[in-house]
Design a protein around this ligand. Structure first.
Ligand SMILES: NC(=O)c1ccc[n+]([C@@H]2O[C@H](COP(=O)([O-])OP(=O)(O)OC[C@H]3O[C@@H](n4cnc5c(N)ncnc54)[C@H](OP(=O)(O)O)[C@@H]3O)[C@@H](O)[C@H]2O)c1
Length: 363
């Protein structure tokens, strides 16, 4: 591995420190290396509004930054957001060369940061571990490029590929290790969603448990007919984050009392129109700062998301239970194999197996 790639790996590892904390910002890592190849500054963007990775790395390097090389997993910003722009600080610090993994897709930056560095005589090498850097920030790139959150379709399956023992029967399939994994993921994503069928059948809490979560978790119910009862457990967990109920204009006109009761119980009601109501709902969620969404089920909602081409990643947890012929079936696997996915990985999680499919490459 050449030195540029090695130092970029270091910057990518640093960026991971922000996992679960930076949304709607990306995770970013930066490393400063002096002429002798010694790492003299390190930084990671840890939370939205917090200092940027490059600034922290420059701070650690101090005067020694002059004449050094900066490695950064994302193009330094040139605009003033919640913090000042980074590119002018890099120029002032006397950095000689900047190695950047990928351009910032944010239209406010989009090459301007790189142009500024070059205009001040800094040599810029772009594209070192580009794909890895994009993969690290899939939600950020998806929101910037598709104007919707990065969507994961998650399901727990029995050995005979069913998701519940019978229609309307709450069925817990995963073992303790997989449960921990699910809650760890809930501690990192911006929002989780279920269909109204799951709320009626399971009355789930949809809260992050086990793993610590510093910020609210948005819960979304796709519920055209407003079947969610105001007494749903979900609405007693508003301290964990907002509950958004997505419905249609027709239901709001036909059943205003149901809307009022849900709003009184603390729900936020989003009204989206046909056609493409899922895409419209996702655009609304993105506008609310949701960059990642896990669609937890059930089958009807999964199928609708899949058919609309709105799934970026599939997580299937295969469990050893057998539910028999009366069990509720999931989507046919033939569906997931077309077109060929970008990547498929499998790993054991306790007694269960997690299969993760990235439907397409990074945006
Ligand atoms: N094993 C697992 O991982 C897992 C996870 C979750 C759920 N489940 C199980 O799944 C079962 C429920 O599945 P389900 O298929 O009956 O219900 P579901 O997928 O949870 O909800 C389906 C309902 O969502 C509503 N909906 C709102 N917007 C929609 C849209 N754009 N497209 C499609 N539907 C939309 C529709 O009802 P309206 O027309 O009234 O809006 C539809 O009937 C339960 O037994 C639950 O236990 C299993």
């Amino acid at each position: 591995m050449n030195d540029d790639r090695l130092h970029m790996v270091r910057a990518l590892v640093l960026a991971e420190r922000g996992r679960g904390g930076t949304s709607p910002n990306p995770m970013v890592g930066a490393v400063i290396v002096d002429r002798e190849g010694v790492v003299i500054g390190r930084g990671a963007h840890r939370y939205a509004g917090g200092p940027h990775a490059e600034i922290l790395a420059l701070g650690e390097a101090g005067e020694r930054a002059r004449g050094s090389v900066l490695y950064c997993t994302l193009e330094p910003c040139s605009h003033t957001g919640r913090t000042g722009p980074c590119a002018p600080r890099i120029i002032e610090a006397g950095i000689l060369r900047a190695v950047i993994a990928v351009e910032d897709p944010n239209p406010l930056v989009a090459g301007r940061g790189l142009a500024l560095l070059r205009a001040h005589g800094i040599e810029v090498a772009l594209g070192v571990l580009r794909e890895e850097a994009q993969q690290l920030n899939r939600p950020f790139f998806t929101v910037m490029r598709r104007r919707r959150p990065f969507v994961t379709m998650k399901v727990a399956l029995s050995g005979d590929l069913r998701i519940a023992a019978a229609p309307g029967v709450r069925t817990h399939l995963t073992g303790p290790a997989a449960d921990r994994l699910v809650h760890l993921e809930r501690s990192e994503v911006d929002a989780i969603a279920v269909g109204s069928g799951t709320v009626v059948a399971d009355d789930p809490l949809l809260t992050p448990r086990v793993a610590y979560r510093a910020r609210p978790l948005t819960r979304v119910v796709f519920d055209s007919r407003l079947r969610t009862p105001p007494s749903a457990q979900l609405l007693s967990t508003l301290e964990s984050g907002p509950v958004i109920i997505v419905t249609t204009p027709a239901t709001v006109t036909e059943a205003p009392a149901r809307v009022r009761a849900l709003v009184q119980a603390g729900a936020l009601v989003e009204i989206v129109e046909e056609p493409d109501r899922l895409a419209a709902a996702l655009a609304r969620l993105a506008a609310r700062g949701v960059t990642s969404l896990v669609v937890e089920g059930g089958t009807t909602l999964h199928r609708a998301f899949w058919d609309a081409g709105l799934i970026d990643r599939v997580q299937m947890i295969f469990t050893p239970h057998v539910l028999g012929a009366g069990g509720v079936e999931w989507l046919p696997f033939s569906l997931l194999a077309t077109p060929a996915p970008y990547s498929v990985t499998a790993r054991p999680v306790g007694a269960d197996i997690l299969v993760e499919v990235y439907v397409h490459g990074p945006d």
